[in-house]
Design a protein around this ligand. Structure first.
Ligand code: NAD
Length: 408
């Protein structure tokens, strides 16, 4: 099953459980627009190379399309369509007035110099600028894109648009219209959901975290500061483990200095596969998609899984985990802090009025806690999984908008 088919399956299942409007379900089955572009970039060597890029606009019932730009060799139409549809759902779970979009360029950024990366970004924006804008479609960073890339993209867009359009991209550097707290927003949001779900006993839980990047490392610090014991963390090389709990400050310093976790001498090392199967209370997935599949789902020992990554648990694994009474708190809720603070950035750009980090965090906590409460009560009402509940919450919000707008 392709990634997009998998997403449609999730929408269909929620639709059946909650008896969602059939016309809306039909509408959600295909994106409103798919922009595929090919554009040239002059490499440092003087060679002219052609690149393939996408912007998929899935659904705009709730507002302008919103979703990241991914630079990766795996980018293709199916992946971007699936991620765009997830964004329509994710924005609706947290109730922000935005639709779903996603984009990307098929490229291995590790093979590009900084100036090639800048020319690639400007070239891509030149190809898609007519389809995007602060009130139509607002891209953001995703895998292998970052605030610097958003700054180049915004600068190029504004050059092509009479100097207007600062709010066309979010995740910009703070010096260029970015929101305070965007870099920690995904982990902050996940931490609020964890606190609401587990309550005061969170401090007594044992935790393992796969992925020690933007999302995973910030979550590790938040949990560590709260006194929670983290027994294992990993990066792409593997991980470190301690039965007494890791010193997260030490691990963070090691990573900041460019080390690979398997080379850290202070602790026992552990493979990424073994980390997933540790005897811990809570497993946080903050690396990649499809790390828990039908192959290892039966070996998972944690009681609860929080998905910070997009799609880390496959559909087959979902069924096995549910049977084994292991709760999975889904990506479309857990990692929605990122898009929520991106929405805050859009609002601030529009008003030309900027908030403090504290104000951002306070507003984020309210949105995440309200969303968790909605998902929790839907889970209780329908006696369904948290993933199904999150889809139902999102689909019901979209259904209200759909029915009010289309009475014919
Ligand atoms: P990142 O690139 O900063 O970090 C990714 C981490 O995963 C790194 O520690 C990397 O070493 C590790 N990793 C890579 N390959 C691995 C492998 N094979 N096994 C184990 N670990 C591996 O990325 P990020 O921004 O932290 O994003 C992580 C996940 O969270 C992605 O799925 C992303 O789509 C999702 N997400 C991130 C945000 C955000 O705002 N950062 C928002 C929503 C969703």
């Amino acid at each position: 099953m392709s990634l997009f088919e998998n997403t449609l399956q999730q929408i269909k299942k929620a639709g059946e459980i909650a008896n969602i409007n059939q016309d809306l379900l039909m509408t959600m089955r295909s994106p409103e627009a798919i922009h595929k572009v090919n554009f040239n970039v002059r490499m440092d060597s003087g060679e002219l190379k052609r690149f393939e890029g996408y912007r998929v606009q899935h659904n705009s019932l709730a507002g302008p399309y919103k979703g990241g730009l991914r630079y990766s060799e795996n980018v293709d139409e199916d992946e971007v369509m699936a991620l765009a549809a997830w964004m329509s759902i994710k924005c609706s779970v947290v109730g922000i007035p935005l639709g779903g979009g996603k984009g990307g360029v098929k490229v291995d950024t590790k093979k590009l110099s900084d100036s090639e990366l800048e020319r690639l970004t400007r070239g891509f924006v030149g190809s898609i600028y007519k389809f995007i804008g602060p009130s139509t479609d607002v891209p953001a960073p995703d895998m292998y894109t970052n605030p610097q890339i958003m700054a180049w993209a915004t600068d190029e867009y504004m050059k092509l648009n009479d100097g207007k359009g600062l709010g066309t991209f979010t995740g910009k550097p703070v010096e260029f219209g970015g929101a305070m707290g965007r870099s920690t927003a995904t982990a902050d949001g996940a931490y609020f959901v964890m606190k609401d779900k587990i309550g005061d006993s969170l401090v007594d839980k044992s935790v393992a975290i796969q992925g020690f990047g933007n999302a995973g490392s910030v979550l590790a610090k938040l949990l560590d500061d709260a006194g929670v014991k983290i027994h294992a963390v990993s990066d792409s090389s593997g991980g470190v483990y301690s039965k007494d709990g890791l010193d997260i400050g030490l691990v963070d310093e090691f990573k900041e200095n460019g080390g690979r976790l398997v080379d850290m001498k202070d602790y026992e090392t552990i493979t990424n596969e073994a980390l997933l199967e540790l005897e811990v209370d809570v497993l946080c997935l903050a690396a990649l998609e499809n790390v828990i599949t039908e192959k290892n789902a039966k070996n998972i020992k944690a009681d609860i899984i929080f998905e910070l990554a997009n799609g880390p648990v496959s559909s087959d694994a979902d069924d096995i985990l549910e049977e084994r009474k292991i709760e999975v708190i889904p990506d479309i809720l857990v990692n929605a802090g990122g898009v929520t603070v991106s929405y805050f950035e859009m609002v601030q750009n529009k008003q030309n009025n900027y908030w403090s980090a504290e104000e951002t965090k306070e507003k984020l906590q309210k949105i995440m806690s309200d969303a968790y409460a909605d998902v929790r009560s839907t889970h209780d009402d329908y006696k369904c999984s948290y993933r199904e509940a999150a889809f139902i919450v999102a689909m019901k919000r979209l259904e209200e908008k759909f029915e009010i707008r289309s009475s014919m």
